[in-house]
Design a protein around this ligand. Structure first.
Ligand code: ZN
Length: 178
């Protein structure tokens, strides 16, 4: 077994580290350090720093999971919105067909009763009737606005988590530093 000669990260004293050791305290200053082995390079780091990295990694994973969950939640909101909209449009279409046939029936009826005077009556009826038809467009707008209102805070959370992840990336220690 090869014993490694490393320097204490705190006081710089020469330390002999056995290959199977992960954590130890400096015999001179007592600072706890963690032995890192990666890519054939062995280095020492303060235990608190190593723990911070684990914590950041955990937070990062939590943020990534949260983002995935938020995306799923938003997708569910939009799916709900789309099914509500298609239900509204289907009902609207049915309504329009009903109104269309009703209109034709009324044209025939009023012209039958009033003759040419039936035309202004029909136009007046169509004018007031159209006010009721527009209410569907309002409902569609309300459904869309509702979906946006529901998803907006979730989108804000995604941005927040993403900025946290980005800040972890900036916090990654540069290899060979120190
Ligand atoms: Zn030391």
């Amino acid at each position: 077994m090869k014993i490694l000669s490393l320097k204490c990260v705190n006081c710089g004293a020469g330390l002999e580290v056995k290959p199977d050791i992960c954590d130890f305290s400096c015999g001179y200053c007592g600072v706890q350090q963690h032995v890192e082995r990666g890519g054939g390079i062995v280095s020492l780091r303060r235990v608190e720093e190593a723990l911070d990295d684990v914590k950041l990694g955990t937070n990062r994973t939590a943020s990534e999971l949260a983002i995935a969950r938020l995306h799923a939640d938003i997708a569910a909101i939009y799916a709900q919105r789309d099914s509500a909209l298609s239900a509204l449009r289907a009902a609207d279409h049915k309504n329009n067909v009903f109104i269309g046939w009703g209109f034709i029936f009324l044209v025939a009826l009023s012209m039958g009763i009033l003759g040419p005077w039936g035309i202004p009556v029909i136009l007046l009826g169509a004018f007031f009737g159209s006010r009721f038809i527009k209410s569907v467009a309002k409902e569609v707008k309300a459904v869309k606005a509702n979906a946006e209102a529901k998803s907006a805070p979730l989108k804000a959370q995604i941005v927040r988590h993403q900025s946290m992840i980005d800040s972890y990336d900036l916090g990654t220690p540069v290899e060979g530093n120190g």
